[in-house]
Design a protein around this ligand. Structure first.
Ligand code: S0N
Length: 272
């Protein structure tokens, strides 16, 4: 049965739909192969924040409208000096904020990729937890060809994902890679016929939804901690704090303060 998506928030450049424990966020600018402008990124950040706060959402799917493209990166028509320029005339590289938001979202994000997945679009799928690609998907970086580069996750996480040599090839030569090639290099998790893309992505999402949300949450933070330095450790440690807050031991500390008495931690075990 196809998912009966319900549009639960309204935006200009993106779509936000929810159903059955999933949120689907769609970049909706097919006329420019779903390139993002500053406003697109602002809307995406708002949508991801909504998905984070919605307790009924356990998995987020990020995709692009139509069959032609997942995302072709930054909208080159509004690339000014010092960044991409929106209606407020402020030059921004706010997709970097979005990348971090996807990484730190305490729920898995699955990129559902059909067609072009290029430049900043490829970095967006890279920072997602998992990627399901249609057999028409094409991946690549264009930075050195169009006068830009992403030296953050776009370089470092790519190298951790596909290996140093391959990552350097991808950036230095700006070649394009088919979905099977992307699968072979570990850039995506699965390749399926285009007409089965959403069905397969939803199948993966539902498999995750059947698992322990806390275990998945901490695992995501643990994978991030390996690559994200102190920010990654902060995220992982935040989960430890969250779990600690739920214990009687932590509540004793809070209660003692509120009751203006000394805390009594003597009944709590010091486990080996
Ligand atoms: C995607 C491509 C390969 C599709 O080719 P195809 O199918 O032949 O279609 P086209 O006719 O080329 O395109 C259809 C229409 O869409 C427009 N269009 C496509 N991509 C863009 C885009 N990125 N920006 C604006 N318009 C786009 C075409 O112009 C065409 O419109 P019309 O019909 O009116 O002519 C092919 O289109 C392609 O190669 N696109 C460009 C890909 C690219 O180079 N993207 C930018 C890469 N850079 C980034 O993404 C930067 C990301 C970023 O913000 C950043 C982040 C961190 C640090 C640094 C940066 C940074 O600035 O680099």
């Amino acid at each position: 049965m196809p998912v009966a998506w319900k549009q639960t928030r309204t935006y200009q450049d993106i779509l936000y739909e929810t159903a059955e424990g999933m949120a689907k966020i769609t970049i909706n600018r097919p006329e420019v192969r779903n390139a993002f402008r500053p406003e697109t990124v602002m809307e995406l950040m708002d949508a991801f924040a909504a998905a984070r706060d919605d307790g009924s959402v356990g998995v987020v799917i990020l995709t692009g409208a139509g069959k032609e493209a997942f995302c072709s990166g930054g909208d080159q028509r509004v690339r000014g000096e010092g960044g991409y320029v929106g209606a407020d005339r402020i030059p921004r590289l706010n997709v970097l904020d979005l990348q971090r938001q996807i990484r730190t979202l305490p729920k898995p994000v699955i990129a559902m990729v059909a067609g072009w997945c290029i430049g900043g679009g490829n970095v967006l799928q890279l920072v997602c937890d998992l990627t399901i690609a249609a057999d028409n998907a094409i991946f690549g970086q264009t930075g050195p060809q169009v006068g830009s580069f992403d030296g953050g996750y776009g370089a470092g996480l790519l190298a951790r994902t596909v290996g140093q040599k391959k990552a350097r090839e991808i950036w230095y030569l700006c070649r394009r890679y088919t979905a099977p090639e992307a699968l072979q290099m570990g850039l995506v998790n699965a390749v399926v016929p285009l007409d089965q893309l959403e069905e397969e992505t939803v199948r993966w999402a539902k498999e995750i939804l059947a698992k322990s949300p806390t275990a998945i949450r901490v695992l995501k933070a643990a994978f991030n901690a390996d690559t994200d330095g102190l920010a990654g450790i902060q995220e992982l440690a935040g989960n430890a704090t969250l779990l600690y807050y739920l214990t009687e031991e932590a509540k004793e500390g809070r209660n003692a303060f509120l009751e203006k008495r000394k805390p009594d931690f003597s009944r709590f075990p010091r486990l080996p």
